[in-house]
Design a protein around this ligand. Sequence first.
Ligand SMILES: C[S@@+](CC[C@H](N)C(=O)[O-])C[C@H]1O[C@@H](n2cnc3c(N)ncnc32)[C@H](O)[C@@H]1O
Length: 286
Amino acid sequence: MTAVATVQHHPAMDDYLRLNRANWDERAPAHAASRGYEVQRFIDDPTFLSRVVRFDLARLGDIAGLSVVHLQCHIGTDTISLARLGANMTGLDLSPASLTEARALADRTDTSVRFVESDVYSALKVLEPQSFDLVYTGVGALCWLPSIARWAHVVSSLLKPGGRLFIRDGHPMLFSLDESDSDRLVVEYPYFEREEPLVFTEPGTYVETDAKFSATTTHEWSHGIGEMVTALIDAGMQLTALSEHDSVPWEALPGQMTRDDATGEWRLTDRPWRLAASFTLQARKR
Ligand SMILES: C[S@@+](CC[C@H](N)C(=O)[O-])C[C@H]1O[C@@H](n2cnc3c(N)ncnc32)[C@H](O)[C@@H]1O
């Protein structure tokens, strides 16, 4: 979820894919051109890895030779980082403009990645079931999906028996807070999954850009940590690791966070141990 949004509760959810796709299509070229996504560093340095992938390197372990699908791969910076670690990569995303940027970056960095356009929930129509050793998902993904149970079913179905899920995302505790309050931590949004979307209208994006956007309305959902774990267990997965972190890779609560220059992560300036800001979860298909 993004900073400084207005929110209204809205019962209709049938056109969320159209709205969210239009939003991401507009953001993709601005993200690729931004300093924040560091695209030029990928081109200049063939060993460069995204901050999100670097953060979890030790937890990720050796992925060389694995068949990996990156769900919601956006402009491909994390996908290409995983390819640089030796994985055979497929990236999937809803947004054609994101995939255009991802393919361009793969070309410019001479990286072999298969990119496919699909809604996560339709992934099994475009990808072979039970064909991946690892499903990877990076920060800013689950809030775009209405049902965590449907997501867990897709993840499990894509994995070979014994295959692994690796996800880092923003923590639902963080997403429940009012990002427009720059002084206090105020619980404003749902922690638990609800059927109706949160409808946000937000003029900007989470990186610095001069781009002007018109597709500014998005539909988003929250999912509690317990709901994620339960959904994965119900889908035939076994939880193998769960770490909660006090930091996120973007300024999620403007005015209340300080950037750690060494890692690029943001955490509360005052007593950061009060807030679970992100998590890394791993699970294995039984
Ligand atoms: C914040 S980005 C992905 C995060 C990635 N770590 C990054 O920053 O590059 C979210 C991505 O999810 C994609 N997305 C949103 N809803 C989706 C859906 N239902 N199916 C597939 N992709 C979706 C968007 O198009 C966007 O590229």
